[in-house]
Ligand binder design. Structure first.
Ligand code: KG4
Ligand code: ZN
Length: 346
């Protein structure tokens, strides 16, 4: 009896994410429909250190991942031997977590006799917008991706599966890092982005003058450390924190909008502007990006913008369908630029 005739999901595919401080597992069917998903956020374990502690993260992944995987399999009524493949984030990221996720996935693949795929975390963010059913029309290639998280800040031209061109990146801090560091200067808890956004709602962005780094500059690079320094100075001068937060957020939003316009000029044939990363949750940032270009702004729901395993499973499924199978010897890579990726070799 086939899976189909038993009424079970066809071609279930498992994805695992463990590159930073989210432990996640997700199960898709062969069409990319989400059968089950689970994320465990380690924020609480790291908050008192004011940032992600790699060793704590790796141990937490090790402790949580088996339960999460068992949970999504049980929820979908899928046995490991029913799976057609398993993908794990294999870079870039914190090496301890990457080793935990990839080794777990390899063990599962060996035990179940199914293929293992090692997925680039940035590619997974880049392909999320193609997940069936997410948008009325998934974006066609090429499209622009703005990756705005705590660890990554890049603008990428997505030409096809495995065909990425980095148009710009940050010269110093990632945009989420700038939110977090500025929030910390104002005494807000980590991670500070959402707290800073709430505080900014009570402030006057014109009451404090802050720089808008890279505004009007050629290309699509970013820089935020000067802005953070200016926030420190404004705090030192005794400005109202709400006003500083509002001015900071307005500066970031206008800089990101400017960079998006530049990116569109660099890829005039782009069909859409896709955003990913935690900062994409920020309403001022979204509004500025919406207005920046005539392109449709595609912002996945926030749980799929931040780190998750649905995106890893989807990137894995796209590559598995194109024939990719990875060797068990594939080693996780803390650094793995997207531009080094290739289309799947089927
Ligand atoms: O993508 P993400 O969940 O994780 C990684 O960095 O990998 O992004 C987290 C970042 C943090 O820096 C957090 O402060 C920021 O996204 N963030 C926000 C908001 N929500 C999360 N920044 C600004 N406004 C928000 N509403
Ligand atoms: Zn991420």
């Amino acid at each position: 009896m086939t899976n189909e005739s038993r009424g079970l999901a066809t071609q279930p595919f498992l994805g695992v994410e463990s590159s930073c401080d989210e432990t996640a597992a997700a199960l898709l069917d062969g069409e990319g429909r989400i059968l089950a998903e689970a994320v465990f956020s380690q924020t609480e374990s790291h908050a008192r250190f004011g940032g992600v502690v790699p060793e704590i993260a790796a141990r937490a992944h090790l402790g949580r991942l088996p339960h999460l995987v068992r949970g999504v399999l049980r929820e979908a009524g899928v046995e490991p031997r029913d799976l057609v493949g398993v993908a794990a984030t294999s870079g870039p990221g914190l090496i301890g977590g990457l080793v935990v996720g990839a080794t777990f996935a390899k063990g599962l693949a060996l035990g179940a006799g199914i293929p293992f795929l090692g997925i680039n975390h940035l590619e997974a963010h880049a392909l999320t917008a193609r997940l069936p059913g997410l948008f009325p029309e998934p974006p066609e290639f090429p499209y622009l991706l703005l990756l705005l998280s705590g660890g990554h800040c890049q603008c990428v031209a997505v030409h096809g599966l495995g065909r990425y061109e980095r148009l710009g990146t940050t010269l110093d801090d990632a945009v989420g890092e700038a939110f977090d560091k500025s929030a910390k200067l104002m005494g807000l808890p980590w991670p500070g982005g959402p707290h800073l956004e709430r505080l900014a709602a009570e402030g006057d962005p014109h009451a404090v003058s802050l720089p808008r780094p890279m505004l009007g500059r050629e290309g699509c690079d970013f820089s935020f450390s000067g802005l953070k320094t200016a926030v420190a100075q404004a705090v030192g001068r005794g400005h109202r924190h709400a006003d500083i937060a509002a001015a900071f957020q307005a500066s970031v939003a206008s800089v990101l909008a400017d960079r998006a316009r530049r990116a569109h000029a660099m890829l005039p044939g782009a069909t859409a502007l896709v955003v990913a990363g935690g900062v994409a949750a920020n309403k001022a940032v979204r509004a500025a990006l919406e207005a920046a270009t005539p392109l449709p702004l595609l912002a996945p729901p926030i749980r799929l913008c931040t780190d998750n395993a649905v995106m890893v499973a989807w990137a894995g499924l796209e590559r598995w369908r194109a024939g990719q199978r990875d060797a068990m010897a594939l080693a996780p890579r803390p650094r793995w630029p997207m531009a080094e990726l290739q289309p799947p070799a089927g």
